[in-house]
Design a protein around this ligand. Structure first.
Ligand SMILES: [Zn+2]
Length: 311
């Protein structure tokens, strides 16, 4: 049996009932002479229908269209074939299920082949944006030094975007503090302090993400390899290869969305306003001067560009 041929697709009950020779209810051996013929196709409906085996009539949404020994057709519940017709049914069901699944995967791969040019344009843009951000990151690291960068990375790993500073508690806050801790009012320790937020760092996720792996390993390389696929190739693929291809393709849109998110974070991190917040982390801003200058210039150009009507 050629698995790619003659996969029957049934989307609703009308299509099932409209087939020549279809009968909603039939008696089978031992209630009569009629026997199971073969499995035609699986189906899955929104509403339930009764199983076509007269002695069963179980309501079901998922089932199989089958033929009979006297050339009729009916629909039976998903578990009914095994129960009523045994291994003869089960073996055929597996073949049909495999064929349907293979057709679905071929369709997925062929659709993706059409999408490739658009995917490649997107990924090339992401690569360019990422290269730009990587250059900024390298420059930034050179200027702020290893210690500050490591501190930022640690914050990124913990998702700690808030910069705080310590200030003395108010009188009533201190009262509450004395009441709930082992501090005593009038003890010889310093007046209690509390942390208050002073700034929130944007785009810190960019520092954390292993973006190169994500973009190059998950997207660019496989897409370039896949770009060599022609529409007819999917039908020739072996089941395992087809499975892997369909699975990988299914993940592409999600991976592109993730990559976009990282670029967005990088752009949010490398703004003059965001980098100025590092003052609160006792980072020496002075050496960052030229970089801030360049960022401000780029921001000014971008703003001017966006306020201009399309040329
Ligand atoms: Zn049944």
């Amino acid at each position: 049996m050629d698995l790619d041929q003659n996969v029957v697709v049934i989307d609703n009950y009308e299509e099932l009932a409209g087939r020549p020779g279809f009968a909603p209810s039939l008696s089978f051996h031992p209630q009569g002479d009629r026997k199971f013929g073969s499995v035609v196709a699986p189906y899955r409906f929104r509403d339930t229908i009764a199983c076509g085996i007269k002695s069963c009539h179980t309501q079901h949404m998922k089932g199989y269209l089958i033929t009979t020994s006297d050339g009729l057709e009916t629909g039976i519940g998903i578990d009914c074939g095994r129960k009523h017709f045994g291994v003869h049914f089960t073996r055929q069901k597996k073949q049909i299920d495999d064929a349907v699944q293979r057709k679905r995967r071929i369709d997925t791969v062929m659709r993706a082949v059409q999408e490739i040019p658009a995917y490649l344009v997107t990924v090339t843009e992401l690569k360019r944006d990422y290269q730009h951000l990587t250059d900024l990151k390298r420059r930034f690291m050179d200027v702020v030094g290893v210690r500050v960068f490591a501190e930022l990375k640690e914050r990124a790993d913990r998702g700690n975007t808030l910069i705080t500073k310590s200030v003395p508690m108010t009188k009533s806050e201190a009262e509450a503090h004395f009441a709930t801790t082992n501090r005593k009012k009038g003890d010889r320790k310093d007046w209690p302090e509390k942390e208050v937020p002073v700034a929130k760092l944007d785009g810190l996720e960019f520092i954390r993400t292993k973006f190169t792996d994500m973009l190059v390993t998950n997207l660019i390389k496989p897409l370039e390899r896949f770009a060599a696929t022609k529409p007819g190739d999917a039908e020739k693929m072996r089941p395992r290869a087809l499975y892997n291809e369909a699975k990988w393709i299914g993940k592409v849109p999600g991976d592109i969305a993730k990559a976009r998110e990282v670029i967005r974070a990088g752009n949010a991190f490398f703004t003059s306003e965001n980098l100025m917040k590092l003052v609160h982390l006792e980072v020496d801003i002075q050496p960052l001067g030229p970089m801030l200058q360049d960022l401000r210039e780029a921001e000014r150009l971008l703003a001017a560009d966006q306020s201009q009507p399309d040329a």
